[in-house]
Design a binder for this molecule. Structure first.
Ligand SMILES: Cc1ncc(COP(=O)(O)O)c(C=O)c1O
Length: 389
């Protein structure tokens, strides 16, 4: 299979899972690079403006706005969905777009209301489905609500083994809304160059190198990894320059990335089945603990299951117990704009503007949903033992 054939095969499969058309999908080296193409085109056509987003996210989801010379403005989050709350509050004549992020795959927020708001004010609605590959918010008839939807095959996403690759869905209805924007975004995504040799090589060797790094004692892990990064032999999931509002130029996905995706994407239905089963177990079994609360009871295949401890110290303690028992626990997104900007100012972020997100990031733990039944039992026992301690 050559690169074009593998590219088409990936798009065909994504389209099958998302009930869309392969021609509306574009593959990028990473999702963040495709996001930047979209924002850059918005800037080139509409000029400078504001993008409503949320600080409860990865910094890589905000850099695409900044590198495109647009200004991110942040809403606080809805504590039940960890997603954007009341974008209306931030709307003004400079607003050009809204980012609707389905944090951890929770899509149960007011997606239709936000889409109506975007439509009413002629704003571009960009859905961040990085945590819910191929899942998109739809209206009652099954039509995709967003103008553009961002999907990721990157590190710690729904498919564990792919590590690189982004898929950008450009809704054909955007053609009607703004033909110039539609044509420009699709032709730029279509015409992306291949990554340079070094980057291509680092994406090929990532899994092997990462495996080796994880065999190192904890005390050496970070130093050796950073050394390898500085020697240009290892690609970090988030590089230090990305904490300072910069990112790599945009590239298309490679033949290697496409082939890796093709190897693992067919397992998506069973991956989602397992994640859904475990989400439902957490829903049921974690509802009565006195040291933490559930954030959601959603019946969706979550990327990770968020729980909220009574204070930061209890969250840290539980994190330590679980990680020392061998579980890979995430604290998404702690700190906000994870792993944290070098300067809040550069990101136009003011902690006072989002007290709910600030509070939740200090107390949240995200439990894995890709565990076997035995490991689920073990994690539940450990969590139960945190009660009242
Ligand atoms: C919410 C969110 N959006 C976008 C991205 C970017 O995805 P990628 O790593 O494929 O660039 C990430 C992860 O980095 C993310 O967590």
């Amino acid at each position: 299979m050559d690169r074009n054939q593998s590219n088409y095969a990936v798009r065909k499969l994504i389209a099958k899972y998302s009930h869309t058309d392969p021609d509306d999908w574009f593959l990028t080296f990473r999702a963040r690079l495709g996001m930047a193409i979209c924002f850059q085109t918005i800037y080139d056509i509409y000029g400078s403006g504001e993008v409503i987003t949320q600080p409860y996210t990865c910094i890589t989801a905000v850099n695409p706005i900044l590198v495109s010379n647009l200004k991110p403005v942040y809403t606080d989050i809805d504590p039940k969905t960890l997603s954007i709350d009341n974008p209306e509050k931030l709307y003004n004549s400079k607003t050009v777009a809204i980012v609707l992020q389905h944090t951890l795959g929770i899509m149960s927020g007011e997606t239709q209301k936000i889409a109506n708001f975007a439509k009413k004010h002629h704003l571009i609605l960009i859905e961040d489905s990085a945590h819910c590959l191929t899942r998109m918010a739809t209206d009652n008839s099954g039509n995709v609500l967003a103008d553009i939807s961002i999907h990721s095959f990157g590190v710690e996403k729904v498919l564990q083994s792919t590590k690189f690759g982004g898929a950008i869905y450009v809704n054909p209805t955007l053609k009607k809304k703004d033909a110039k924007l539609y044509n420009e975004i699709t032709s730029r995504l279509q015409g992306l160059p291949q990554p340079p040799r070094g980057l291509d090589l680092r994406s090929r060797t990532y899994r092997f190198q990462n495996g080796l790094l994880h065999r190192l004692p904890n005390s050496m892990f970070h130093n050796i990894r950073n050394l390898a990064y500085r020697a240009h032999i290892f690609e970090l999931a988030v590089a230090p320059y990305e904490q300072d509002a910069e990112q790599s130029p945009p590239y298309a996905s490679t033949k290697f990335i496409n082939e890796t995706i093709l190897k693992y994407l067919p397992s998506l239905p069973s991956v989602y089945e397992k994640r859904l089963k475990n989400t439902l177990i957490y829903n049921k079994k974690l509802s009565t603990n006195s040291s933490f609360k559930q954030i959601t009871q959603t019946k969706e295949p979550l990327l990770a299951y968020p729980i909220l401890f009574k204070d930061a110290a209890s969250a840290t303690k539980a994190y330590d117990v679980l990680t020392s028992s061998g579980f890979f626990i995430r604290r998404w997104y702690s700190p906000l704009l994870y792993p944290g900007p070098i300067s809040n100012r550069r990101y136009n972020y003011n902690q006072k503007m989002s007290p709910i997100a600030e509070d939740m990031q200090a107390r949240v733990l995200c439990l894995p949903t890709d565990l076997s039944s035995e490991k689920m039992e073990r994690i539940l026992v450990i969590l139960q033992s945190t009660e009242n301690k």
